[in-house]
Each structure stands twice: as structure tokens, then as C-alpha cells.
Write a protein that binds this ligand. Structure first.
Ligand SMILES: *[C@@H]1O[C@H](CO)[C@@H](O)[C@H](O)[C@H]1NC(C)=O
Ligand SMILES: *[C@@H]1O[C@H](CO)[C@@H](O)[C@H](O)[C@H]1NC(C)=O
Ligand SMILES: *[C@@H]1O[C@H](CO)[C@@H](O)[C@H](O)[C@H]1NC(C)=O
Ligand SMILES: *[C@H]1O[C@@H](CO)[C@H](O)[C@@H](O)[C@@H]1NC(C)=O
Length: 576
């Protein structure tokens, strides 16, 4: 960044000024008045990802309105066309035939009318009968961040790229009534068609500390009526952003169209992004269309004591039904863990996670997430390990692949759980992150810690360990999975959390599997077949390009066996 080089002090003053002038909105909507239009001159290469969704330059955040239309998958996303910090928010637009190779188009929707002059915020797309896509999005209408719900339609249905979108003058479609909070009223969901012939959508909100999803219905998609009460709400959870509400099949392994809400043998997923904690939480439950209510299952908890899609840098996820491969696919924004000044210098900020297909776990207690199969087309050189023993303190390097851009699948086994450490019930079970920071990869244990050391430097001064540690708790075992960024970089000023979550897995076969997608500045990991997922953004200074190494390790007294490890170098697809 030319300007930053010449006037570093000036940037700092800008920043302080901007922090001071943060209109009182949420963390994600800090306004960097002066930084947001500094266009990225030189784009820094070193932390760019190889196979994750990323733009050449500028800021992106939430994925918006994914759909399939006439041969192409479309992904829209919150986008600042003018700089590498949040601001000037428009809907960026990219298309793909395989969800892996992407082509960037002109922004689909940008602030231009009185109903969205201050921003085109998140929303969804629905394909109406007759194969007619329509977008619902949140428009910001004034400097007080008053939010309304708008729609946009393609200018030309015969263009498979759907390049141009029209925002008709009968917008906005929905405005908040007096009982609602106009500055927390956003992110309409994909619509579903009820058996009563009415379209339904949810809009996220809050009243005081109560998180809310309002339900609206419409016969013609233009006139919307708010239901008597919210579809669901929960005290002390704060603002519910980016709601996602969809059915999952209890028996079939395919995904379900969003409009299949009202039939048997299904459960429903309600996901919300909690503005307060900046993570995505979900419950499984039942939707009662006549009552216009959603009721989470018995053991489900709304909010921060509930299930999470991912325990790391992962927010504002959005799913869609892929009618070609009959699956439900979900993305999320993986934000940067470096500083805003770093982002300005890099010229870009924000990536999307690898699209994940989601199914219900056969145990019915949670979802399973797995990278879409198309990712495997990028696999190149492969190395394998079989039946390799790791005694306490041992590690083995996985040599011969590009360790900075790799896909690794490993299954570990052990003979016995007898040596598992005792679980201390005084630990705050909500604060897995604290537990992982106290019981890191170098703190020796009984069964575990064992796992992978990703993005490791030659001298192990830098590494991002992804690992398991098993505890004994009365008659059962508790598995903790960590993706620990605390040693990921020699740089001090970064956000380097010890992300962690528990894994609800049956250990009778004495095996645990792990898959990690390693991509320069991101490690996206899937424990036990996608039961627990953790994404970490990291910025090593030594472990870059060919100087990055990959190891498997064990630091517990119980010997661990690598039953099978497959690791591939990954190709870089066409990326915007
Ligand atoms: C924004 O809020 C302030 C303070 O309540 C008010 O004076 C002003 O008129 C509002 N602006 C608009 C455009 O509504
Ligand atoms: C309305 O929402 C804004 C933004 O989340 C919040 O700051 C404010 O406290 C909310 N007001 C009420 C009454 O809930
Ligand atoms: C295992 O533990 C020892 C002792 O704490 C530590 O020095 C070593 O770095 C650890 N090994 C790994 C791979 O973390
Ligand atoms: C991602 O960045 C870190 C470090 O700045 C913040 O702590 C997180 O809150 C942020 N996550 C989101 C979703 O904004």
C-alpha cells in the first residue's frame, strides 16, 4: 500500500479517528470512513489462499443468496468494491460450474436507491416456479442504520450468468412496525412454499437481549404479512443475524429442497449467527406450520450453550439446496485474524470456507459437515502412511507434498482408554477455548494430545496443531478437539485463539479420524467425520510456501497408531 508506506502515522490517525466514529453499530459494521475507499494498489501474495474462495482484492464478508441456475452455481457476498475494510457494502457476484473454479462478475446489487442508499446488506435467493430467481436483501436507508427488506430480479433470464439485476420501485417490500427494532431487522432467509400456498420467510432481529426470528408470509411474494408471533425467539442471546431455516431428512442421505418443510420423516435446522459472540449456532427441532412455530428438540439449547457449526473463524453461514446433486451445501465467511492495517496492506480481507455438504448425524443429535466431493478434483501428488506407531513424545513428518496447500485425512487408533486423564468437572464446559489453551499440544496427557501439526516451520518455532485429547468422566469419555493458533506465528499482534470444541463420538472402536484442509493462511478441520469442525486463520512467518511442514504427533502416554494417513498436494483452481 503506497500510502501506508509513505505515511504510516497518517493511517494510524485515520484508524483512531474511525474507531472513535463508530456510529454505535455492531462489531461487524465498524465504519472506517477514510480507509474504506483506499483502493488496493499492490496485492500482497504471501497469505493468499490457493483453493479457498477469495477475491483478487478488497473486502468480502457474508456469503449471500447461493443458487443454481441454468448450468451455473451463483455465489453473492457482502463486498466493498473500494477497499480492504468493511464499507460501501454491495453484493459481489461470482459464478461456477463446480463450486471450486470461480469467475467474478460485476457486483449484482449496489446502493443506488432511497431504499438501499446506505448499504445492500445480507439476504437470500429463492428460485420461484418457472425457474425464476429472486433475491431478498436488507437495504439500509439512512445513517441511523434503519433496515428494510427489498427484492431484486434478473434483468435477463436468458443470461445464465444473471449479470444484471433490477431493483423495482415498489421496494421496500417489508418495513419494521413500531413494535420492532429498526436497526436490528435484517438478513431475510430463502423462502419456502407452505402447503397453504403461502410463501414464508424469516428475518433476524432482537428486542433488548432477546434474539428473534420474525416470520412473514405472502401469496404473491410482493405483499408480506408478519405472523402473530415470531417463529422462535430466545432470551439473553442478543441479535440474531443471518438466520437459516431448512429441512433435513431423517433417513435419506440426500439434502432437501427448502420448500419440503411440511412433510414426514424430517427434522428442521434453525441456525442463527450471534452478533454477541460472532459464532454460528443451531438447533434441531420441529416446525409446526399451522401454529407458525418452531420448537427445538428436548436436548437442544438456543444460543451460546448450543451446538455450533464451527468453533473457529466462521460466521454468517448460508445454505442452499443443490438441485443437480440433491444435497444441501453451506458456506461461511472466515474472517481475518490479523489487524485492519494488515488488511489494508494486503489489499484484501475475508475468504469463504470450502463449501460443505450437510446431513443429519445418524444419532439424530447433531449435523455432520463434509467438504463437497468436487474439492477432491484438486488433489494431486499423494503420500500415505499405514500402521505407524507414535509413542509418547514422537512425531512423524509427512514428506513429499506441498504442506502449505494440502488435504489430509487420517485415522488414529489406540489400544485402550485406561490412561485417559480425569475430567475435572470444575472446568467451565462452555469455555473449551480456555481448556485447550491450558491443555495444549505440548502439555502431555494420557490418551492424547495426538493429531497433526500443520503449517509447521522446520524448527517447530511455528505450528498450528489440530488434535484430540480424551478425558475420563465417570462412566463415559469426553473428547476435546483443538485447533490451536497460539504458536501459529512469531508475530505478536495477531488474534491467535486456541479454538476448541467437544466431539460427541462413540469410541467403542477406539478410533478417531481427522481431516484438515491446509491452505496458507487457513486450516479448516473436520473431526470424526464432520461432527466437530474448526477453522483457524493463521499467518506464519517461517512456515510459508515450501518451508511449511506437516507432522503427525502424539504427546500422551498411550501409544497412538496412525491406521492410515492420506495427504495430497492441492491444485489451485481458477479463482475469480
Ligand atoms: C437519526 O437519529 C437522530 C437521533 O435520534 C435523529 O435526530 C435523526 O433525525 C435521525 N435521522 C434520520 C434520517 O432519521
Ligand atoms: C436495537 O438494535 C440495536 C442494534 O443491535 C441495539 O443496539 C439496540 O439496543 C436495540 N434496541 C432495543 C430496544 O432492543
Ligand atoms: C510434546 O511435549 C513436550 C514436552 O512438553 C514438548 O517439548 C514437545 O514439543 C511436544 N511435542 C509436540 C509435537 O507438541
Ligand atoms: C474475526 O476477527 C477476530 C479478530 O479480530 C474477532 O475477534 C472476531 O470477532 C471476528 N469474527 C467475526 C465473525 O467478525
Amino acid at each position: 500500500m503506497e500510502l501506508a508506506k509513505k505515511f504510516p502515522w497518517a493511517l494510524l490517525v485515520f484508524l483512531l479517528f474511525c474507531f472513535a466514529k463508530n456510529y454505535g453499530v455492531e462489531a461487524s459494521h465498524k465504519v472506517y470512513t477514510s480507509l474504506q475507499s483506499l483502493s488496493a494498489v499492490n496485492v500482497k501474495r504471501v497469505y493468499r489462499t490457493g483453493f479457498h474462495f477469495q477475491l483478487e482484492r478488497n473486502w468480502i464478508n457474508d456469503p449471500n443468496g447461493p443458487i443454481y441456475y441454468n448450468g451455473f452455481y451463483h455465489l453473492f457476498y457482502q463486498y466493498n468494491p473500494e477497499g480492504a475494510v468493511w464499507g460501501n457494502i454491495a453484493w459481489g457476484h461470482s459464478v461456477s460450474k463446480d463450486l471450486i473454479n470461480w469467475k467474478k462478475l460485476e457486483p449484482a446489487i449496489f446502493p443506488s436507491k432511497i431504499f438501499d442508499k446506505y448499504g445492500c446488506w445480507s439476504g437470500s435467493a429463492t428460485v420461484l416456479p418457472g425457474n425464476k430467481p429472486i433475491i431478498l436483501y436488507t437495504g439500509v436507508v439512512d445513517e441511523n442504520i434503519t433496515e428494510v427488506q427489498n427484492y431484486a430480479v434478473p434483468a435477463d433470464y436468458s443470461d445464465p450468468y444473471l449479470r444484471k439485476w433490477i431493483k423495482p420501485d415498489n421496494n421496500p417490500l417489508i418495513v419494521a412496525d413500531e413494535s420492532m427494532n429498526t436497526t436490528a431487522f435484517r438478513d431475510p432467509t430463502t423462502a419456502w412454499l407452505g402447503l397453504d400456498g403461502l410463501w414464508k420467510i424469516l428475518v433476524g432481529s432482537r428486542r433488548k437481549h432477546r434474539g428473534i426470528v420474525y416470520l412473514y408470509r405472502s401469496r404473491d411474494f410482493m405483499n408480506w404479512v408478519k405472523a402473530k408471533h415470531p417463529l422462535h425467539s430466545s432470551a439473553n442471546t442478543g441479535n440474531w443475524e443471518c438466520p437459516d431455516f431448512f429441512p433435513v431428512s431423517l433417513h435419506a442421505t440426500n439434502g432437501l429442497d427448502t420448500s419440503l418443510m411440511e412433510r414426514n420423516n424430517i427434522k428442521h435446522v434453525l441456525k442463527v449467527s450471534l452478533d454477541g459472540t460472532r459464532y454460528d449456532y443451531y438447533t434441531l427441532g420441529t416446525y409446526f406450520p399451522q401454529l407458525e412455530r418452531y420448537i427445538p428438540d428436548k436436548n437442544m439449547v438456543d444460543g451460546l450453550r448450543g451446538l455450533r457449526y464451527d468453533y473457529g473463524n466462521f460466521y454468517a453461514s448460508k445454505s442452499f439446496f443443490d438441485p443437480i446433486k440433491k444435497r444441501r451445501i453451506m458456506w461461511a465467511w472466515a474472517n481475518e485474524s490479523d489487524t485492519t492495517l494488515d488488511d489494508v496492506e494486503k489489499g484484501w480481507a475475508g475468504i469463504q470456507t470450502i463449501p460443505r455438504s450437510i446431513l443429519i448425524d445418524p444419532n439424530g443429535r447433531q449435523l455432520l459437515q463434509w467438504p463437497i466431493e468436487e474439492l477432491e478434483t484438486l488433489r494431486r501428488k499423494k503420500v500415505e502412511l499405514h500402521k505407524k506407531k507414535l509413542k509418547k513424545g514422537e512425531h512423524v513428518e509427512v514428506k513429499g507434498i506441498a504442506a502449505a496447500q494440502a488435504d489430509v485425512e487420517v485415522t488414529f487408533s489406540f489400544h485402550s482408554l485406561d490412561k485417559a486423564e480425569k475430567y475435572d468437572f470444575s472446568w467451565d464446559e462452555l469455555d473449551t477455548q480456555k481448556l485447550c489453551s491450558q491443555k495444549g499440544s505440548t502439555v502431555q496427557g494420557g490418551v492424547g494430545p495426538f493429531g497433526l501439526l500443520t503449517l509447521a516451520s522446520q524448527d517447530l518455532k511455528e505450528y498450528t496443531p489440530v488434535f484430540f485429547r480424551i478425558f475420563k468422566a465417570n462412566s463415559k469419555h469426553i473428547v476435546l478437539m483443538c485447533s490451536d493458533a497460539s504458536s501459529s506465528s512469531l508475530r505478536e499482534e495477531l488474534y491467535k485463539p486456541s479454538f476448541a470444541g467437544f466431539v460427541d463420538v462413540d469410541l467403542t472402536d477406539k478410533k478417531l479420524s481427522l481431516r484438515s484442509l491446509i491452505d496458507h493462511s487457513v486450516v479448516e478441520s473436520f473431526g470424526a467425520g464432520g461432527k466437530t469442525c474448526i477453522t483457524s486463520r493463521v499467518y506464519p512467518t517461517l512456515a510459508i510456501y515450501e518451508n511449511a511442514h506437516l507432522h503427525a504427533f502424539n504427546n500422551g502416554t498411550e501409544t497412538i497408531i496412525i491406521e492410515k494417513l492420506d495427504a495430497w498436494s492441492m491444485n489451485s483452481p481458477q479463482m475469480n
